[in-house]
Design a binder for this molecule. Structure first.
Ligand code: DGL
Length: 276
């Protein structure tokens, strides 16, 4: 029998930890290997080609460290690299390897929340330009009108631990006002970036109470659980010792300090160099 390995969880930086946290909560039995490409974060303003190349390198690194299933816990990577990796790269690989993204789980349920049929998306510039949310939501709910707002400063605020400082308020309010001025009837908003849950208290303080805010973590965790039930041939390749390990392409001490805020427990990461 082939050796089982941890479930790989990848993000450009710290944002994917908000997804990992929910995986561990719902599916604590599995081993997880987290990789944050902190040295090259943020990905949000980078070109399609760059995000694809960076994501592919990180996914390959996780595969070469024993992962058989990798979750792109990053919307930007899911929007710009997932399809090419699934359609072009995975078929060339010998083993039964899988890569999944984080966009689908929210888009397939958002219609259960909106009454006005007007949905807003907060995301990185890259995710917004990819139109992934618009296309995916319209597949499931053709009547929904999607309005997007790119928030290029929100990821740097989180990566630099400024997300709960007073300076963050300006950028949070600015993008809420801008989204709602484009479409005042929005009643449901998706946080389409895994970094944004760290800003959720500030976002809620400026958002009208009547608007439902959907974060991805629990929905993505439930979707992974369903996937593993539907695919026993993949599930059997996931090792089950209940461990979480962390890799970063940047300084480990910084990562540990920052990641422990996201995870709410101490983190001991290993710095890595991606092969050229
Ligand atoms: N967490 C990534 C996402 O969900 C952040 C993108 C970035 O690095 O700008 O889109």
């Amino acid at each position: 029998m082939k050796t089982a390995g941890p479930i790989g969880v990848f993000d450009s930086g710290y944002g994917g930890l908000t997804i990992l946290k929910e995986f561990v909560q719902l599916l604590p039995q599995y081993d997880y290997l987290y990789l944050g490409d902190n040295a090259r974060a943020p990905y949000g303003n980078r070109s399609f080609e760059t995000v694809y190349e960076y994501t592919k390198e990180c996914v390959n690194f996780l595969f070469s460290n024993g992962c058989k299933l990798v979750i792109l816990a990053c919307n930007t990577a899911s929007a710009k690299a997932l399809r090419t990796i699934q359609q072009k790269d995975l078929p060339l690989m010998q083993e039964n390897l899988r890569v999944l993204g984080v966009i689908r789980p929210t888009t397939e349920i958002v219609g259960n929340y909106t009454k006005s049929q007007k949905v807003g998306i907060f995301a990185t510039t890259g995710t917004v330009l990819s139109q992934s949310y618009v296309v995916e939501i319209q597949k499931f709910f053709p009547a929904i009108e999607v309005t997007q707002e790119a928030c290029p400063m929100w990821v740097p605020l989180v990566e630099n631990n400024e997300f709960n400082k007073p300076g963050a308020d300006y950028f949070v309010k600015k993008h809420i006002d801008s989204l709602l001025s484009k479409q005042p009837d929005i009643d449901t908003i998706i946080l389409g970036c895994t970094h944004y849950p760290l800003l959720v208290d500030k976002i809620k303080s400026y958002l009208p109470k009547s608007i439902t805010l959907l974060a991805q973590g629990q929905l993505v965790a439930q979707s992974l659980s369903d996937y593993l039930t539907r695919h026993p041939e993949i599930e059997i390749q996931c090792s089950k010792n209940g461990t979480q390990k962390y890799l970063t392409t940047d300084d480990a001490e910084n990562f540990n300090k920052q990641a422990s805020i996201f995870i709410g427990a101490s983190v001991n990461s290993t710095p890595i160099n991606l092969p050229d």
